[in-house]
Design a protein around this ligand. Structure first.
Ligand code: SAM
Length: 221
């Protein structure tokens, strides 16, 4: 598994993103990286999943820049919950690229490079209530004996990585969800929605972040 070849871009809310040379797509919406992550993963995912919970096991498919992890950790200051965050990545970004991201302007609890230098496969308590584990794995081959309460499904878009939005990869998500667990993604494709439904998940099409009509949230009943 190789290191990601990327170039840097600035999105409309002033936050950085990366453009993947291998996949030909950006890591975030060009209309606002922080805005998109907040809307899709924090507001629609995390806030829904923590209802009636004191402990949350969270899986992210595609750590990328670490922005979703940093925003989740930041949001913990307002929440009464313990989070075990596992982030999968097959093509990690380099330390040099992580250092060039401008997320320190967004009052985050740490910088992307603080996450990038962490060892793989070792749970690290980054704060009293936030334990973070980076796993170098190729989704959907990832094996784990414990389920998750929330999955941030943040692979590259279906036009770039169609196999990660088809039955095998999505059914792995469904298998890894605990009862009542939530899967959330920026993607709103009809095929993806129907595949999730065929796997027995309850799927909602929610308003998307700016300039995107919809996004998906699914729940294991
Ligand atoms: C849309 S970006 C993720 C953005 C990220 N969540 C963030 O906050 O910056 C997609 C990520 O998925 C990773 N990825 C692509 N294919 C993968 C696979 N098969 N298994 C694990 N990670 C993968 C890419 O390397 C990239 O980092």
């Amino acid at each position: 598994m190789d290191e990601a070849q990327v170039r840097h871009e600035l999105t409309a809310d002033g936050s950085s993103t990366l453009f993947s040379e291998a996949f030909g797509v950006s890591y975030h919406s060009v209309h606002g990286a922080v805005q998109e992550s907040e809307h899709v993963f924090i507001e629609a995912g995390l806030k829904e999943a923590i209802k009636n919970k004191s402990h949350l096991r969270l899986l992210e498919v595609g750590l990328g820049t670490g922005l979703n992890a940093l925003l989740t950790w930041k949001r913990l200051s307002e929440l009464d919950v313990q989070i075990d965050y596992t982030a999968l990545e097959a093509f990690p970004i380099s330390l040099e690229d992580a250092k060039l991201l401008n997320y320190s302007a967004f009052s985050l609890p740490a910088k992307p490079d603080d996450l990038i230098v962490l060892p793989w496969e070792q749970p690290i308590a980054l704060s009293e209530r936030f334990t973070f584990t980076k796993v170098r794995a190729n989704w959907p081959d990832y094996q784990c004996s414990q389920g998750f309460d929330l999955i941030y499904y943040d692979a590259f878009a279906p036009n770039a990585q169609p196999e990660l939005w088809q039955n095998e990869a999505l059914s792995r998500s469904a298998q890894l969800l605990n009862q009542g667990g939530i899967w959330v993604s920026y993607c709103a494709k009809g095929d993806v929605r129907r595949t999730l439904q065929s796997l027995g998940l309850e799927v909602e099409r929610l308003p998307g972040p700016p300039f995107k009509r919809h996004m998906l949230r699914a729940r294991k009943a």
